[in-house]
Write a protein of this length. Structure first.
Length: 210
């Protein structure tokens, strides 16, 4: 059974003003019973019927052209997910985690970025250049329920930065692009407290046949 409510507001100047500004806010509420949850298994993660959960939150999003050659965006999400099970599974014992925040799911996160774009930056014709930088933020959250004040079962706060470029030639037929992910080589963990790869570099060449 699923009870949900969504309310969204959008301010849109896309195509109607030089800044192409878009502002959006969304409020959401959901009560799930049963809730199917992705959990850590002995060998690999698996889907499991958790029981009952309630969530509410808000999403904010803004994007637009800061100048004719610079685009920017930012978004943020807050979501409060709580265990609503009254009893322990398959028992008549009161659930000790009732009302606690759900683990393995970030509750506060955000992204922001800038993109510089210009035609024929290096001279010539039929070329386009894009340079971009992205930032991602995830607040500290739980990877398991904390039953006492001494337990610290938490994924630490993370802030990552990516840098990239895309250069097109021949009137958008040939593309050369590259991206550095996790520029600062930050220590990142999955929602199950397992390490993620550090800094990485990728390159791509693409040609479109007409």
């Amino acid at each position: 059974r699923n009870v949900s409510l969504n309310l969204g507001l959008l301010y849109n100047r896309m195509g109607m003003a030089s800044d192409n500004l878009q502002l959006e806010v969304n409020f959401f509420y959901m009560h799930l019973r049963p809730m199917i949850r992705y959990v850590k298994g002995f060998v690999e993660a698996q889907y499991q019927n958790f029981g009952e959960m309630r969530t509410f939150g808000v999403e904010l999003d803004a994007k637009g052209d800061l100048t004719p050659w610079l685009y920017g965006y930012a978004n943020a999400t807050f979501q409060d997910l709580r265990d609503m099970r009254k009893l322990d599974p398959n028992s008549s014992i009161e659930n000790p985690t009732k009302g606690m925040r759900m683990p393995n799911i970030p509750y506060l996160m955000g992204n922001a970025g800038l993109e510089y774009h210009k035609a024929n930056l290096f001279g010539g014709k039929g070329q386009n250049t894009r340079l971009f930088a992205d930032m991602s933020f995830i607040e500290e959250y739980y990877y398991d329920f904390e039953m006492t004040l001494l337990e610290k079962r938490r994924i630490p706060r993370s802030v990552t930065f990516d840098l990239g470029f895309e250069q097109s030639f021949l009137h958008n037929r040939l593309f050369v692009s590259g991206k550095i992910k996790n520029l600062t080589d930050a220590n990142l963990l999955t929602e199950f407290n397992r390490p993620l790869p550090g800094r990485s570099l990728g390159m791509k060449i693409r040609y479109i046949f007409n």
